[in-house]
Design a protein around this ligand. Structure first.
Ligand SMILES: Nc1ncnc2c1ncn2[C@@H]1O[C@H](COP(=O)(O)OP(=O)(O)O)[C@@H](O)[C@H]1O
Ligand SMILES: [Mg+2]
Length: 291
């Protein structure tokens, strides 16, 4: 459903006019319903890749190559056509949910205003739908949340609201840029689970950007490993774990030993700490003692 071919992004320094190539000709494709992880260290060009897809690259930047979404070439699409594709097909979930929400509106208004047919729905029906959206992302006290302003809610709650808003537009492709990085670990896991559920339920494709290889491997069907503006390799989490083709992917894996089940680390790399954990005394359940 998405093909990115030879994507090159060049930015121009407004003061000196100096050009810097940020993305160096990257290609990848995404199938309907697939989740692709863009994984790499900070500054590797993950967010810029999403910005190119969304058409929100920095002012003066030049984007070359092809980005084809369901047959529409986005880089040659202009104005109204591009705006419509973006509004109808794409939804961005960013690291900081505050950026997506209007601080002076209760979140119920945010959700209602995001509904494309809000005008024809009527107030009661729009509000009923907003509450239903919140239930879909695991929020039960919908009345309180709908009436709350963003500053009254936790980061995890806000990110759920943003996801609910994203789903309401019935997009085809979710672009999630470090959507859980600002959250504590428990909330991270909950938000990831909701994203995953929404994706499956609505048959959405997703590009999931993260610096966390473990997280990407858990969430995504395939991973693209990025470094310094270049996609070094693309493969399933298993392929990248068991047969990394580049030194960099190997090093990334070495830095995340939890991905290796005990005894399965490639030669020269340490085993996962699991073996150590298993060896340590821990309370046993009766079923485990039996097994
Ligand atoms: N507005 C901008 N103008 C010019 N260069 C930028 C801008 N934002 C980021 N960059 C540069 O682009 C590169 C990739 O950044 P980014 O895509 O944000 O990385 P990541 O999301 O992987 O951390 C970095 O070298 C960064 O310094
Ligand atoms: Mg980024």
């Amino acid at each position: 459903m998405l093909q990115v071919e030879n994507l090159v992004l060049t930015v121009v320094d407004p003061d000196t006019g100096a050009r810097t190539e940020i993305l160096h000709g990257n290609s990848f494709a995404l199938a309907q319903g697939e989740a692709l992880g863009l994984v790499g260290e900070s500054g590797s060009g993950k967010s810029m890749t999403l910005k190119c897809i969304l058409g929100i690259e920095p002012a003066g930047a030049k984007v070359e190559g092809r980005i084809v979404l369901d047959g529409t070439e986005l880089l040659s699409a202009r104005g109204e056509q591009l705006r419509r594709v973006r509004a109808e097909q794409l939804a961005l979930i960013a690291q900081n949910p505050h950026g997506a929400l209007n601080p002076v509106l209760p979140v119920g208004r945010f959700l209602v205003e995001g509904m494309s047919d809000a005008r024809s729905l009527g107030r009661a029906e729009a509000e009923r739908r907003a509450a239903e959206l919140l239930r879909q992302v695991g929020i039960t006290d919908t009345e309180r949340v709908l009436a709350s302003y963003p500053h009254q809610l936790s980061g995890g709650m806000l990110q759920r609201v943003v996801i609910a808003g994203a789903i309401s537009g019935e997009p085809r492709l979710l672009l999630a840029d470090e959507p859980t990085t600002a959250l504590d670990v428990t909330t991270q896991a909950e938000v990831v689970a909701i994203l995953d559920e929404m994706r499956r339920e609505h048959g959405l494709s997703m590009i999931f950007v993260t610096h966390d290889l473990d997280l990407a491997a858990a969430v995504c069907d395939r991973l693209a490993v990025m470094k310094d503006g270049e996609i070094l390799e693309v493969g399933t989490p298993e392929e990248i774990r068991d047969r990394p083709r580049t030194e960099y992917a190997r090093a990334l894996m070495a830095a995340r030993p939890l991905l290796y089940p005990a005894g399965h680390a490639p030669a020269g790399l340490p085993d996962a700490p699991e073996s150590g954990r298993d060896a340590a005394p821990r309370p046993q359940h009766p079923e485990e003692a039996e097994a």
